[in-house]
Design a protein around this ligand. Structure first.
Ligand SMILES: NC(=O)C1=CN([C@@H]2O[C@H](COP(=O)(O)OP(=O)(O)OC[C@H]3O[C@@H](n4cnc5c(N)ncnc54)[C@H](O)[C@@H]3O)[C@@H](O)[C@H]2O)C=CC1
Ligand SMILES: O=C(O)C(=O)Cc1ccc(O)cc1
Length: 313
């Protein structure tokens, strides 16, 4: 971490699943905050976060966690950010930076903004880093390393606040990009949301096929199918909320995808091998570009650093 990073006095993490716990581990490991306050709505999850030593204080009421915090990050499903913001708004400190990690940005801004007082800085964010795991045990130090984090600052947020949040994410190992929420939602619809929808669908179809038993699906699953099952094992609440909150962009790319699939379907029916070969050659090149850019999926269990039971200092 850069020598010049000024730690936040109090970081409040609301929601302590995969992303919240990975942020807590990073904040501790890189001394990004003097105090980490954690809140989540279920007592069992909060107890588990405490057992894992993820923070300094633990609160069932989100408003108690954000009190005196100079950085507040909502790490809850995108369908819950409005209700959580309403709950914490009266307790927010003047000048605090309020952010989130949601996979959708337009709807998150629309839900949060009306509740936020004028004197806080709202800088929405989205780390393009994750796994199919969820809950406080899923977090690990390296999650954000060399992954993009997209900030979508809203009108009225100061450049200083955006810059400060940017340095926070850089300290977590991310590369930071800034764009509009609208552009974010269109791009993520094709590179993240549609792939998850396809995965949920293909695994669902295999599961439902009458002449193929469930045990055969498990027994003969080739690695291609297994890759889909990893995505299709992602958290149902989180992904329900993503599709409901990025509806238009998802439906738009889905329509385009269906058209392109029909073209492939026709090429197979008509025996047009050259056309299939040409398409598959083009897509192979994209995979190579992704690997060369170092953006392929982290290996399952790749260097997951857990917090020690008790933190030093
Ligand atoms: N899982 C992933 O790969 C990624 C997820 N995201 C985004 O991060 C956010 C969190 O996702 P995960 O950490 O994966 O989810 P998770 O399911 O692991 O954790 C969510 C946490 O929020 C808590 N929670 C849910 N509703 C709440 C409420 N109303 N009030 C307080 N706490 C509440 C849950 O108890 C849990 O602690 C989501 O908005 C998701 O779109 C962003 C990048 C990657
Ligand atoms: O597990 C995977 O492959 C992912 O794609 C993780 C992921 C899920 C949601 C996001 O908004 C960003 C990253």
């Amino acid at each position: 971490m850069s020598e010049s990073f000024q730690p936040f006095e109090r970081l409040a993490l609301i929601g302590i699943g995969l992303i919240g716990s990975s942020l807590a581990i990073n904040a501790r490991a890189h001394s990004l905050a003097k105090h980490i306050a954690i809140s989540t709505r279920r007592a069992e999850t909060l107890t588990r976060a405490e057992e894992l030593g993820l923070g300094d204080s633990f609160h069932l009421q989100a408003a108690d966690a954000v009190k005196d915090a100079d950085l507040v990050i909502l790490c809850v499903p995108v369908g819950s950010v409005g209700a959580v913001t309403k709950e914490i708004a009266p307790a927010l400190k003047s000048g605090a930076i309020v952010s989130d990690v949601g996979s959708v940005k337009g709807s998150v801004i629309a839900q949060m903004r009306p509740h936020l007082p004028e004197d806080v800085e709202f800088v929405p964010a989205h780390p393009i880093a994750g796994t199919e795991q969820s809950g406080p045990d899923a977090g690990f130090l390296e999650l954000f390393e060399k992954r993009w984090c997209i900030l979508t600052p809203v009108q009225g947020a100061s450049e200083a606040a955006t810059e400060r949040l940017k340095t926070f994410w850089i300290a977590c190992g991310s590369d930071v990009e800034i764009m509009t929420a609208e552009h974010h939602d269109r791009v993520l619809a094709i590179v993240s949301h549609l792939p998850h929808l396809i995965a949920y669908n293909i695994v669902g179809t295999a599961y439902d096929m009458e002449e193929v038993t469930q045990s055969e699906v498990v027994k003969y699953s080739a690695s291609g199918f297994r890759d889909f099952t990893r995505l299709a094992a992602s958290d149902p609440t989180m992904w329900r909320d993503v599709f409901l909150n990025n509806r238009d962009a998802t439906l738009e790319v889905l329509a385009r995808f269906s058209e392109d699939l029909s073209v492939l379907q026709r090429a197979i029916r008509d025996g047009k091998g050259d056309q299939l070969f040409e398409t598959f050659t083009k897509t192979r090149a994209i995979r190579r570009e992704i690997i060369e850019a170092g953006q392929d999926t982290p290996k399952p269990n790749f260097g997951r650093t857990k917090p020690p039971k008790k933190w030093e200092g």
